[in-house]
Design a protein around this ligand. Structure first.
Ligand code: ADP
Ligand code: MG
Length: 477
């Protein structure tokens, strides 16, 4: 046995003593010494996931153990022994509706963790432990109405749900973003229902919150083996409302999970209220990984789509309440006036249903007008884009968009530019630095100055105030 090999044995013994038998056998048992040269220790592990996990959780400890043996060691290098993924030997998981259980007690109650019991997909412990968020039985593909704003997202979701174990993964992750009430959760749950009904691949649906407090805490107390076993059982991981994912360590674990699943050819589906580029608290690598699949935006529900959704809703309500009838003109009225989102549409119909049930009166236009009054928000702000602001302001003042972004300081450009920045601040949720960047890389103080300037002027200058009102109206149409 060479000197280095002997050192490696002693390093392993040190590590084992430091981290304990369970952790050691989970993470380090299959770690081999490849080479020790020029102060660099090269160690190999069998999977990329193991590598990234060890790198982020144990790199310093491993280095310290080496340095205790050989003080000329300056650096540890981890490599993956074989890039070939042995997907064929994985057990086929039973069709199981994980998300139907809401018992995310976490499998790390200390007992499992300390015995390091491997979890298999058929183990009810995994089912409970990885327990998905509750599913709403109504949120299926059948009840999802397709229109202009969601055609692509729906097609991608269907594709994902229909894919079978072993099929090439077309877009990974599938990332769907849209404002509140535009059908993200509906689509994600539809994928979950459909995927699990097929029984080929287990689909686990988690809200970001459940991911943080159930899944991640379970991971933390689990052994590596159990974690990998658990992940192996998941064919598709669905995470809803990713914007709520918070905390550095949660994000690190999210990153590991994401990488582990994607590298193993498992599908990941994500919904959020914003595109990956605007998940400001996530680090760049995660963001670019998220953006590397298919990113689809669902737009606001158009009037036609709202009308179709309402019709479908009435049909399904009638299966429980056969006497409930809503004349089409009433539906058209609601579709036209309740512009907000899918949730308000549902709320409007629920009120009509309640009124109808409680009073026995049939639904009329007058009743609808009375009942849904507070859901009507004619001047509901729509999501305004900075590009649109620049385009419309440029058109209004007869300058070019590149003039607005340029560093030119002539009066005919400065004012429109200030107006555009002011509108960007008041009509969007963008921060000052972000607005600065979008206006030719200006400093946030420049933007602030512009906003204050225009705010000051509109108080006295009626003509300017009116101009701005007109611009706002155009942008919010
Ligand atoms: P989000 O998760 O994007 O906030 P949800 O998926 O919860 O929105 O949708 C809100 C409500 O609107 C739900 O009741 C949902 O069923 C309904 N809804 C949204 N889009 C559609 C659609 N295209 N077809 C049918 N119902 C829809
Ligand atoms: Mg939702």
């Amino acid at each position: 046995m060479s000197n280095d090999d002997e050192s490696w044995l002693r390093v392993k013994a040190r590590l084992r003593a430091e981290v304990g038998d369970d952790v050691f056998s989970s993470w380090f048992a299959r770690m081999d010494l490849e080479q020790l040269a020029d102060g660099v220790v090269r160690l190999s592990v069998p999977t990329r996931f193991l590598k990234s996990w060890i790198q982020s959780h144990y790199a310093e400890r491993v280095l310290a153990c080496w340095q205790a043996e050989q003080d000329q060691v300056g650096r540890i290098e981890l490599i993956v022994r074989s890039a070939v993924l042995k997907t064929t030997v994985q057990p086929k998981p039973k069709a199981e509706l994980m998300a139907a259980s809401d018992g995310a007690r976490g499998f790390g109650n200390g007992v499992n963790a300390s015995v390091g019991r491997p979890m298999s997909a058929g183990d009810p412990g995994v089912h409970e432990a990885l327990g998905g968020s509750p599913l709403d039985a109504r949120l299926t593909f059948d009840s999802f109405v397709v229109g202009r704003s969601n055609t692509l997202a729906q097609a991608a979701a269907r594709q994902v749900a229909a894919a079978r174990r072993g099929d090439p993964v077309m877009f990974n992750p599938l990332y769907i973003h849209a404002g509140v009430g535009l059908g993200k959760t509906h689509l994600l749950q539809a994928i979950t229902w459909a995927g699990n009904a097929g029984g080929e691949r287990k689909v686990l649906y988690l809200t970001a919150e459940k991911f943080m407090y159930g899944f991640v805490s379970a991971l933390r107390t689990q052994t590596a083996l159990a974690f990998k076993e658990a992940l192996r059982g998941i064919g598709v991981l669905v995470i809803d409302d990713l914007q709520f994912l918070q905390g550095k360590s949660t994000q690190a674990e999210f990153c590991h999970t994401l990488n582990a699943l994607i590298d193993a050819g498992r599908q990941v589906v994500i919904a959020s209220d914003r595109p990956p580029s605007e998940l400001e608290s996530l680090d760049d690598r995660v963001r670019s990984r998220l953006a590397g699949g298919l990113v689809v935006e669902m737009g606001t529900l158009g009037e036609e789509l709202r009308f179709e959704i309402l019709k479908a809703r009435v049909v399904s309500a009638r299966s429980h309440h056969p006497s409930f009838d809503v004349p089409l003109p009433v539906l058209a009225y609601i579709a036209k006036t309740v512009t907000h989102n899918g949730r308000d549409l549902e709320g409007a119909l629920n009120r009509l249903l309640a009124h109808n049930k409680l009073t026995g009166q049939s639904v009329t236009l007058e009743m609808a007008e009375r009942e849904v009054r507070d859901l009507i928000r004619p001047q509901e702000p729509k999501r305004v884009k900075i590009e649109d602001i620049q385009r419309i302001v440029a058109r209004q003042y007869n300058v070019s968009r590149s003039d607005l972004l340029s560093s030119r300081r002539t009066a005919n450009v400065v004012r429109p530019r200030q107006v555009a920045m002011y509108l960007a601040k008041t009509l969007t949720l963008r921060s000052l630095p972000e607005i600065g960047r979008r206006f030719g890389g200006r400093d946030h103080t420049t933007v602030l100055h512009a906003v204050r300037k225009i705010e000051g002027l509109v108080g006295n200058d009626m003509a300017l105030a009116e101009e701005i009102e007109i611009l706002k109206r155009q942008l919010q149409e």
